[in-house]
Ligand binder design. Structure first.
Ligand SMILES: C[S@@+](CC[C@H](N)C(=O)[O-])C[C@H]1O[C@@H](n2cnc3c(N)ncnc32)[C@H](O)[C@@H]1O
Length: 371
């Protein structure tokens, strides 16, 4: 199995070391004549400048510098093509000194340090009690009042027995919706607040509660929230709750406009519905190494810059970079999860089952319909 190396060694350090503001530095005298003129008061002294901040630890402890990073993220959200280069450029953009601001903040950060900054923001962010979260906590349990984990397992097992499906990759388990939205909020804070009309898919959605959870809390209203599962009895349990969703009152009109997509399908066989997603959840713990490899090839069709959360194993594909490796409890016990970003343009893939004619290696800009 080909695994993407995890480079996560600095995260404990960042945030622990208090940042000391560097001392102000006088620029060295330009030349003797200049110093002579300056001593006579005939030449203006150059303004004092602090050296630029270059390290994540410095930036993370300097609110104005963090503000600059957030600004860069806001204008280059997930799914921006060649995003990290653009983020670095915006962060490092210099501001001319002026009479009112003689020493504006300067950053000279490289991509690696910037990723460290984002990782620190991720770990520092907590789930807030914003209106959308309160709404989800109130309404989702009502929508799923008859559901339990045991019931989901029974539905899955019964259908698998009936259809003679023996592959363990279809084993049922659940991620708690609170934990899912916490990951979503942390990702949004650390990696940017999504482009317009983002699109979420839970690949292997089970009963679909996380699809609704995403719909409730989307920081930028989703264009589409979708759930795909091979087990019809499960995905049906999501879809049949749509009338309840439609009857809900008190949710913002933008949220009500979300298009839901429920598919009983093997998402590996048919990536057409989800390949434009900006945020994907893949709770694929039960996948064996062969299935992971196949899935990784199929995932190469995702758009550049999409973010994917996977459980237990990262996507074994160098098109994706691991941004975060974290721990979370799921229904079957403690799990490791990964947040990965696709850094390459969409690729055509050998062995593609559906939509063969449509998918060629194409620039992502052609697919901008979903933001
Ligand atoms: C561990 S459950 C996750 C359920 C839900 N996403 C969650 O995290 O709470 C995994 C689900 O993925 C489905 N699944 C596994 N492989 C699949 C595939 N290739 N195509 C569609 N569904 C699949 C299984 O049927 C199962 O319902």
């Amino acid at each position: 199995m080909l695994l993407v190396p995890v480079k996560l060694t600095m995260e404990d350090i960042v945030g622990e070391i208090p940042y000391k503001r560097p001392p102000l530095e006088y620029p060295p005298p330009a030349n003797c004549l200049d110093s002579f003129l300056r001593s006579l008061g005939l030449s203006k002294p150059q303004p004092l400048r602090r050296p630029p901040l270059t390290k994540a630890v410095e930036i993370c402890n300097f609110p104005e510098a963090l503000e600059r990073v957030r600004y860069a993220l806001r204008f280059n959200p997930p799914s921006t093509v060649l995003r990290w280069g653009k983020l670095v450029t915006v962060c490092n953009r210099s501001i001319e000194p002026s009479e009112f601001e003689p020493d504006p903040l300067r950053l000279d950060v490289n991509e690696e340090e910037l990723k460290l900054v984002c990782r620190t923001i991720y770990h520092r962010t907590k789930l807030e009690e914003v209106q959308s979260v309160v709404l989800m906590r109130d309404m989702l349990p009502k929508m799923y009042d008859k559901h339990s984990l045991e019931r989901g397992k029974r539905v899955s097992q019964k259908e698998r027995d009936k259809r003679g499906v023996t592959d363990e990759c279809f084993a049922y388990g659940e991620l708690d919706q609170e934990k899912f939205i916490e990951i979503y909020f942390k990702v949004s804070a650390a990696y940017g607040d999504w482009p317009e009309k983002p699109c979420f898919f839970d690949l292997g959605c089970g009963v679909g509660n996380l699809v609704f959870a995403a719909a409730f809390v989307g920081k930028v209203p989703w264009k589409t929230c979708g759930g795909i599962d091979q087990i019809e009895g499960l995905v049906e349990r999501g879809e049949k709750r749509m009338p309840r969703w439609e009857r809900l009152t008190g949710i913002p009109s933008e949220t009500k406009k979300i298009e839901f997509m429920w598919e009983q399908d093997n998402f590996l066989d048919n990536p057409d519905p989800w390949m434009d997603a900006t945020f994907i959840l893949l709770h694929w713990t039960a996948f064996n190494s062969e299935q992971l490899k196949l899935a990784a090839d199929v995932m190469a069709q995702c758009r550049e810059g999409c973010l994917v959360v996977t459980f237990t194993n990262p996507i074994p594909n160098s098109d994706f970079e691991i941004l975060i490796k974290g721990n979370v409890d799921v229904s079957w016990g403690p799990a490791v999860y990964y947040i990965q970003e696709k850094l390459t343009p969409r690729k055509a893939v050998k062995g593609r089952v559906a939509g063969e004619t449509r998918v060629e290696a194409q620039p992502d800009d052609d697919f901008d319909e979903w933001g």
